[in-house]
Ligand binder design. Structure first.
Ligand SMILES: [Fe+2]
Ligand SMILES: [Fe+2]
Length: 295
């Protein structure tokens, strides 16, 4: 079973110190993230608590109402009440969605260059989220909606790198492009860690759910200890399907070395991918439009 301590154990002392130093400012994230993390973590938190936090933030509030009033949910009457909106979409999905929007928006608003395209990154994350959920539904897993959230946050480490160490981030991006190697390989060579460890490390500090941390930490390191479905493998598979089909961009176009094995393990054939992509593109486009990150 996954333990929070695993994140620490995986890292060398040197890497941990580097992270502590580089992420000393992590506490300067907007207060609303702290509120969302608290709600995300508290099993006693309710729709009312979440509605209160979202209502206090005009941007989040309007994004949520746009999600619920979009053509995707096909409602007959316009929803104007945040609590009602949460009850329609589902508490778990919304709280994580709001969390991601806030983290991503915060990082990208500080971005000075134009080298990394925010919209393309959203497409990559949303497509990985939708495909992860679809694979979960195909396997009839109970946690398919959680897989959506895991797909959405899987590259959160990159967002944090962009925010807290932009020079390093751009250097990795540039080398990966020039030498046509994965972002992950460049990170490891230059930095002795990668965005999956950074993301998992930050999420551990924020005390987010173990399942999400595990998906973030291992989405480039598929483990094959069991015959049963593993959420991080599903996210890894969805990540590769997204890259292979060039939906958005997250730093490189290279799919996982485990892609073929994962397709085999989860019995994902090309025909299923082609059919799924029709929904994925429509849903991804819809979400990207709603959350207001289109150019
Ligand atoms: Fe990644
Ligand atoms: Fe990714």
């Amino acid at each position: 079973m996954f333990e929070r301590e695993t994140v620490k154990a995986m890292m060398t002392e040197q890497v941990r110190k580097t992270l502590e130093r580089n992420f000393a400012n992590i506490g300067t994230l907007p207060a609303i993230i702290g509120s969302l993390v608290r709600i995300l973590n508290d099993p006693r938190s309710s729709t009312k608590d979440l509605a209160k936090v979202i209502s206090a933030d005009q941007v989040l509030c309007s994004k949520l109402l746009r999600i619920v009033n979009s053509a995707y949910y096909n409602l007959k009457q316009e929803v104007i009440d945040v609590k009602h909106a949460i009850s329609l979409i589902g508490y778990n999905t919304i709280r994580c969605f709001m969390f991601c929007i806030t983290i991503f928006d915060n990082a990208f608003s500080l971005q000075s260059g134009v080298v990394f395209d925010k919209e393309e990154f959203w497409y990559h994350s949303l497509s990985t989220a939708v495909i992860s959920r679809k694979i979960g539904e195909r396997l009839r897993l109970e946690n398919s909606q959680d897989l959506f959230v895991a797909g959405l946050v899987h590259d959160i480490g990159k967002v944090l790198m962009l925010q807290f160490m932009p020079a390093k981030f751009y250097r990795i991006l540039e080398i990966a492009k020039r030498e046509n190697i994965s972002f992950n390989d460049v990170e490891r060579k230059l930095f002795c860690t990668d965005h999956s460890e950074i993301g998992a490390w930050a999420m551990t500090r924020w005390e987010l759910p173990d399942m999400l941390i595990k998906c973030v930490q291992y989405h480039h390191h598929a483990l094959f200890n069991t015959d049963c479905a593993e959420p991080h493998e599903i996210v890894s598979l969805a990540d590769s399907i997204t890259k292979e089909n060039e939906i958005g961009f997250s730093g490189d176009k290279i799919s996982s070395e485990y892609y073929d094995i994962l397709k085999w393990k989860y019995n994902i054939r090309q025909r299923w991918i082609e059919r799924a992509l029709i929904d994925v593109k429509r849903e991804t486009e819809n979400y990207a439009d709603i959350i207001g990150n289109k150019k």
